[in-house]
Design a binder for this molecule. Structure first.
Ligand code: NAD
Length: 431
């Protein structure tokens, strides 16, 4: 596994748990050191135990040098980052191509090179030609094997996926990949074998569609607020239609995270490059970024039009619950605006606080939700961690300086909150 991040580490540990011999490689020596000492470098539920079990069984190991790992492998997975390139929004493929060159140097015997990173259509062709140029006589096949796991539920998603997509025209590679995923046959996981370019596009199409679904319900929430309707009931009424489905219809502060923002931008850039613009996705990106900006104004309005000199208690910093990942989190666009408007911003997150320290230097992080709330002029729910659903609301009411709650995830019931004496503002529901 080349790249031991959220995807590489989870995939590597799960493949080891299936009984394979896995070496996870990363250039980041500090990360590999921590793993070698039995520490998990990311917060992902149950991952530490899975890693421990498989390292102890001798199936999973870690290295900074890829050479020996590649030479001995039947399959090498590329799971490095593909961030947005500055300027044009296209995916930065430099990490993928570096990995391809490293793999080429070490190939020994027929090897499958499987790309798990999310990459634009045609990247597999480029990886193929890089390796072919460096090693004209090597035996290998480049396969697209996009990953669909979600942070926070990554192990379950990897072991019980809705589907596995494998893009290749090579029979030997198909056989190797089918063997690797064989444990999933027990759950009757659909295996979609297709060509490489189709597999590459499936991943972008799926993410762009999900981003569109979220953005759609966010616009409905805006309309609900104007017309006095309830977005949760609208979502339920829509979602019960089997053609629509109920998932990804939760209105909120706009999507963030390590995938949707960069993947929607990359899909737009791919569409433009090939003269087939994806105008719906272009609009989704614009609407989502406007939404994130509007959330700061919503909080300011709930505080009576100004936050100058006011203390705000922010619950949740990560882009979603059960992860410490802060990449493109709504908190990163909302909190600096509040601070620049003069607010004294305090925040609590169960996992992302240390990550937030350098990303949000203007924010004071607290070790406990009640310490965060104490003396605040408003409490803002930014990420829907389960523990925020179970707060002692009487205590919250007593320690807030002003009983204002801005719930950007709709985790409480408006009538209940108002009965408890809160001024309660949520998303797409009457306040
Ligand atoms: P990440 O940033 O957490 O991890 C990438 C790792 O690759 C880093 O640790 C980096 O040091 C390492 N790396 C880079 N170049 C290397 C090289 N040449 N050799 C060894 N290591 C190298 O990224 P991630 O979130 O795991 O995402 C990886 C890919 O998977 C991306 O393309 C992403 O779009 C895709 N993806 C991510 C998710 C997710 O939820 N995070 C889900 C599905 C797909």
């Amino acid at each position: 596994m080349i790249g031991t991040g959220y995807v590489g580490l989870v995939s590597g540990a799960c493949f080891a748990d299936f009984g394979n011999q896995v070496i996870c490689v990363d250039k980041d020596a500090a990360k590999i050191d921590r793993l070698a000492q039995g520490e998990c470098p990311i917060f992902e539920p149950f991952l530490d135990a899975l890693i421990a079990r498989n390292t102890q069984a001798g199936r999973l190991s870690f290295a900074t040098e890829s050479g020996p790992a590649i030479a001995s492998a039947a399959a090498v997975f590329i799971a490095v980052g593909t961030p947005s390139r500055r300027g044009d929004g296209f995916a930065d493929l430099s990490f993928v191509y570096d990995a391809a060159r490293e793999i080429a140097a070490e190939l020994d015997g027929f090897t499958v090179i499987a790309t798990k990173s999310t990459v634009p259509v045609g990247t597999g062709d480029e990886v193929d030609s890089i390796v072919r140029q460096l090693r004209p006589n090597a035996e290998f096949a480049v396969v697209s094997n996009p990953e669909f796991l979600r942070e926070g539920a990554a192990i379950e998603d990897f072991k019980r996926p809705d589907r596995v997509v494998v893009g290749t025209d090579d029979e030997r590679a198909r056989h190797v990949m089918a063997e690797l995923y064989r444990p999933l046959y027990i759950n009757e996981t659909p295996m979609l074998f297709t060509n490489r370019r189709t597999a590459e596009l499936i991943k972008y199409a799926a993410n762009a569609f999900l981003a569109t679904k979220i953005t759609f319900i966010n616009e409905m929430a805006e309309l609900c607020e104007k017309v006095g309707a309830n977005v949760q009931e609208v979502a339920r009424g829509m979602g019960l239609d089997g053609r629509i489905g109920s998932k990804f219809l939760h209105a909120g502060p706009g999507y963030g995270g390590s995938c949707f923002p960069k993947d929607t931008s990359a899909l737009v850039a791919i569409g433009q490059r090939y003269g087939a613009p994806v105008r719906i996705v272009e609009t989704v990106i614009g609407v989502n970024s406007a939404r994130k900006s509007a959330m700061a104004q919503k909080i300011i309005a709930a505080c009576g039009g100004s936050v100058r000199g006011k203390r705000l208690a922010i619950l949740g910093l990560a882009f979603k619950p059960n992860t410490d990942d802060m990449r493109e989190a709504p908190s990163l666009s909302i909190l600096p605006v509040l601070a620049s408007e003069g607010a004294d911003v305090h925040a609590y997150d169960p996992a992302a606080t240390s990550e937030a320290h350098h990303l949000l230097p203007e924010v004071t992080t607290e070790a406990d939700p009640y310490a965060c709330i104490e003396g605040a002029d408003a409490m803002v729910i930014l990420t829907e961690w389960d523990q925020f659903r179970a707060l002692d609301l009487e205590r919250v009411r007593a320690i807030l300086r002003k009983p204002v709650v801005v719930d950007l995830r709709n985790i409480y019931k408006p009538a209940d909150m108002m009965a408890r004496g809160f001024t309660y503002v949520s998303i797409g529901r009457a306040s």
